[in-house]
Design a protein around this ligand. Structure first.
Ligand SMILES: Nc1ncnc2c1ncn2[C@@H]1O[C@H](COP(=O)(O)OP(=O)(O)OC[C@H]2O[C@@H]([n+]3cccc(C(=O)O)c3)[C@H](O)[C@@H]2O)[C@@H](O)[C@H]1O
Ligand SMILES: Nc1ncnc2c1ncn2[C@@H]1O[C@H](COP(=O)(O)OP(=O)(O)OP(=O)(O)O)[C@@H](O)[C@H]1O
Ligand SMILES: [Mg+2]
Length: 284
């Protein structure tokens, strides 16, 4: 009984932290998030937004919101002061490149850059392995090596976006929403590193609904989510990696019924990833 009560309290506190509304007004959410982006840009004194566009629904939605934000700012000022820089960041040739091109066509960014992260990611990855080997550290299983290399790819994308932002007086938005945030399903200081997170407070299905409302085609708003980080498992679906469906995660966030297995996975994963959501620990 006491256990049940403490689990209910834990669920309620996570739901409160994630800030997802059970129902949303799409037009309101779109303008609210555009206003947030505009305000962050004005407050920073910077003039660009720089975001990686993968072809997935999260960056498509966030990218379109960014483009609309700079257009509104420029219109208000009656001059072209602000711009959105979309960045394609393939590792070599991306298997779903066509989706990325469709995303760019939907976003209509002011500027598009393509930066191949393969040389950078391979370079640091191979140097790390060589140094560990030279020091006599024990070799790790191939799958584990590939998994950690995947996080290096995400951090290489982060480095590229922040360098563009540094060069062109920009902010780097992140695409993390509450369904990823609750699961800590992002690379710490990789795609988790950003200056603002315009999609926070939305479940995955709400992000899809925003994309559809913004005029995205079904190929974009219904695309199967993938981090696509591992060499050995290209286009691995998030839901396979997570061991739970976004439908169940969204139900949890929106206060709707969730099955017992999904609930256990969500609570366990939330607790395992607390370190990603808190401030960096420091001694007192
Ligand atoms: N308890 C603890 N307290 C403080 N720090 C702790 C910690 N446990 C790990 N850490 C630190 O965190 C590191 C592990 O975190 P991290 O490097 O993020 O690695 P990790 O969480 O193990 O992996 C990232 C996961 O996010 C997924 N991902 C990444 C990027 C994008 C997307 C996407 O949806 O597109 C998904 C990826 O597929 C993978 O499943 C450890 O190496 C350690 O430095
Ligand atoms: N190949 C890539 N090119 C450019 N940016 C990328 C690439 N892969 C990942 N990113 C960046 O990292 C972010 C995190 O990836 P994530 O997979 O969570 O989002 P997504 O691909 O936009 O949507 P989904 O989660 O539905 O696949 C992306 O939103 C994007 O900003
Ligand atoms: Mg993706």
């Amino acid at each position: 009984m006491a256990n049940q009560q403490s689990q209910q309290q834990l669920i309620a506190s996570i739901q409160q932290e994630m800030q997802v509304k059970p129902e949303i007004d799409l037009a309101f959410e779109v303008q609210h998030r555009i206003d947030f982006i505009k305000q962050q840009l004005i407050q920073s004194g910077l003039t660009s937004l720089v975001l990686g566009i993968s072809g997935g629904v999260d960056s498509s939605t966030c990218g379109r919101l960014c483009q609309l934000a700079v257009e509104q700012l420029n219109q208000d000022l009656n001059q072209k002061r602000y711009r959105f820089i979309a960045v394609r960041l393939p590792y070599g040739v991306q298997a779903d490149e066509q989706d990325a091109q469709r995303a760019l066509a939907f976003i209509q960014p002011d500027v598009t850059l393509t930066i191949n992260i393969q040389a950078g990611a391979d370079g640091i990855h191979n140097s790390v392995l060589a140094a560990c080997n030279a020091a006599g550290l024990e070799p790790q299983p191939a799958e584990h090596v590939d998994f950690t290399k995947g996080n290096t790819k995400a951090r290489m994308r982060m480095a590229a976006q922040f360098q563009v932002a540094g060069l062109y007086r920009g902010l780097v938005p992140g695409t993390d929403h509450s369904a990823e945030n609750i699961m800590g399903f992002y690379t710490k200081y990789g795609d988790g590193a950003c200056d603002l997170a315009p999609l926070f407070g939305l479940s995955k299905r709400q992000v899809r609904a925003l994309a559809e409302h913004l005029g995205a085609r079904e190929t974009i708003f219904a695309k199967v989510p993938t981090a696509d980080l591992e060499d050995g498992q290209p286009l691995l679906a998030d839901e396979v990696a997570l061991g739970v469906s976004y439908d169940q995660i969204d139900n949890f966030l929106e206060g709707k019924p969730v099955n017992d297995d999904a609930l256990a996975t969500i609570l366990r994963t939330y607790q395992r990833t607390i370190h990603k959501r808190v401030a960096i620990p420091t001694p007192n």
